[in-house]
Design a protein around this ligand. Sequence first.
Ligand code: HEC
Ligand code: HEC
Length: 207
Amino acid sequence: MKTTGHAPALTGAKISFLAVAAGLYLFGMAWAQGTKSANQSLEAPHADQAGVEAFRDVASVLLSPRCVNCHVPGNAPLQGEDGRLHNMNVKRAGDGRGTVAMRCTNCHQVTNSPVLHGPPGAPDWHLPPASTPMAWRGLSTGDLCRALKDPGKNGNRSVADLIDHMNTDLVKWAWSPGPGRTVPLMSYDEFISKLIEWKNDEAPCAP
Ligand code: HEC
Ligand code: HEC
């Protein structure tokens, strides 16, 4: 490059450039200091957003046919992928375990029937109490989130208790439901890690 002849002019330009750059840098530092607290408050909704997103995935599991066939608003369990009324006029009854003649465990054993359309099974197969049925179908993601967290609706459980509850036979059954039944879209381990992500973000709900 043949820049020698223009060296003095270039140096001048460089100096003023450096001066401007240094000025901008100092200004930037001052601005960063001054807006630090503002930035922190801007980060809060951003962090919430991660929790809200994690709950969206959690909701896809809660609304899967396997969960909502037991978590029903009415007095009878549902069955199948389309959530039709349980065959044979089975009813929730007082303890969620069926009427005297039609106890759930007359048919539902501790493991799945290996036969297509045979009764699925897990220990103590029953419906939640009528007073807190935790019926989630049809709720928006935000309403589902609030209902799940509401101690008046969830059997007086904290978010940590709810996560513990996911480690029970009836919940885990949804991932091995017997022949002909779909499983939730995400794996059990992913489901738990999404719940923990949501909890660690202070369990926010979408509006
Ligand atoms: C065979 C019926 C059945 C199935 C299937 C089922 N549940 Fe439940 N669930 C119950 C019952 C019964 C309760 C009430 C607590 C109890 O008696 O164990 C309950 C309670 C809950 C609770 C509230 C915590 C509590 O104990 O009050 C949550 C949360 C829950 N279930 C999540 C799920 C999820 C998620 C699925 C699907 C992956 C699912 N359940 C599938 C029967 C079922
Ligand atoms: C007379 C036998 C019998 C009794 C009693 C009975 N069930 Fe069932 N149940 C079945 C059979 C069989 C199936 C499988 C139907 C199929 O897959 O087509 C089934 C399916 C279900 C399903 C659907 C599983 C799914 O996700 O598709 C739920 C939920 C259920 N029963 C809950 C209950 C509850 C709760 C009780 C007691 C209140 C009960 N059942 C009593 C025989 C019975």
